[in-house]
Design a protein around this ligand. Structure first.
Ligand code: ADP
Ligand SMILES: N[C@@H](CCOP(=O)(O)O)C(=O)O
Length: 318
């Protein structure tokens, strides 16, 4: 898995001239993608990543790709889309939207230590600040309105104790979202899926965030909660590792200090971050889309994380 739309060196050679990247020298499919067809390409100017988008449309893509361009231009480490001679970054290839972005060096860090969590926390804060003046607005499409739609759809598939947890958490999150504290939380464009497999490291040095295709406008704290729930846990139990949590929070706070409202909202937000991925994993598990090409992620992982966050307070923000 998975190159869904094959692109040959000949195809690329004919398509690439308007990008001023010189001649195409080589193209290699990337097997680990699950949504799009991704390729490493070599040109006379260096190595890049070509993505042919399999589901996202020409209308939907500008939010994500323009956000990446906006962030890259402000020094946030993300792949930078390459424009053609007309300034366009989204162009048709084999009838589908496609884009070339810069290649991030290194690999994913799937067993992070505190030092990696600190790098992620600092870059996340930098990203939130840099995205503040991004002019395109799109809500987080996996936010509360989507939870409201999805919870009743997956509920019948759950055993009684799972149904109880999902019901109770939806009630809790509705009240949280309607609270004064929630209204005071700073918000803007967020990544919303900053898991270990969406960040590159060269040794201990972060080289970039990628896979922005769940990005949208939401609270900055939600983004941090999603990130902590993946980077700072023991993967088997979902239990937080306080050293990694502290490293990520302190590094974030040093760049963009937390507010008092965020401190109050932190525990409920960690639950919200767990609920969001429990729901999407339940949906993908019990209602796989026709011709779905991937093995669904295990929903019980996020049920465990949610139970952990309900039962045990996490370290305070600051
Ligand atoms: N800009 C980039 N720089 C370096 N590697 C990348 C870049 N974009 C994608 N990749 C590689 O391609 C793989 C698949 O990308 P991903 O965005 O996760 O695909 P999909 O959206 O299809 O799931 C990543 O795990 C990573 O190894
Ligand atoms: N991070 C999500 C799934 C989103 O897929 P991605 O591989 O594109 O990040 C999860 O773990 O449920």
């Amino acid at each position: 898995m998975a190159v869904f739309t094959p692109v040959t060196l000949d195809d690329l050679s004919q398509w690439i001239p308007p990008f001023s990247l010189g001649k195409a020298l080589a193209i290699r499919g990337i097997s680990s993608g699950i949504e799009n067809s991704n390729f490493f390409i070599n040109t006379e100017r260096g190595e890049y990543v070509l993505t042919v988008f399999e589901k996202l449309t020409f209308e939907q893509l500008p939010f994500y790709l323009e956000l990446m361009r906006h962030l890259a231009q402000r020094g946030v480490l993300v792949p930078e889309p390459i424009a053609n001679s007309q300034g366009q970054i989204i162009n048709p290839l084999h009838g589908k939207p496609a884009a070339i972005v810069t290649k991030l060096a290194g690999d994913c860090q799937l067993a992070p230590a505190a030092v990696h969590c600190a790098e992620v926390g600092a870059m996340l804060a930098k990203m939130h600040l840099a995205a503040q003046d991004f002019p395109i607005r799109q809500p987080n499409l996996r936010g509360l309105p989507w939870w409201r739609e999805t919870a009743p759809v997956v509920l019948p598939y759950l055993p009684a104790e799972g149904q109880q947890l999902l019901h109770d958490e939806m009630v809790f999150q509705e009240a949280f979202a309607a609270s004064d504290i929630y209204r005071q939380l700073p918000n803007g464009p967020v990544h919303a899926d900053l898991f270990r497999n969406n960040v590159m490291f060269d040794g201990d040095q972060l080289t970039g965030f990628f896979d922005f295709y769940f990005a949208g406008c939401d609270t900055w704290l939600f983004d941090l909660a999603v990130t902590v729930n993946d980077w700072c846990i023991d993967l088997d139990s979902g239990v937080l590792d306080n050293a990694r949590v502290r490293a990520m929070l302190d590094a974030y706070h040093a760049v963009r200090p937390f507010s008092a409202a965020e401190q109050t909202a932190w525990q409920p937000m960690l639950r919200a971050g767990a609920l969001r991925f429990w729901l999407s994993r339940l949906y993908d598990f019990y209602l796989p889309r026709a011709a779905e090409m991937l093995t669904p992620h295990d929903p019980s992982h996020f049920e465990r994380i949610l139970r952990q966050r309900v039962a045990h307070p996490a370290p305070a923000l600051y």
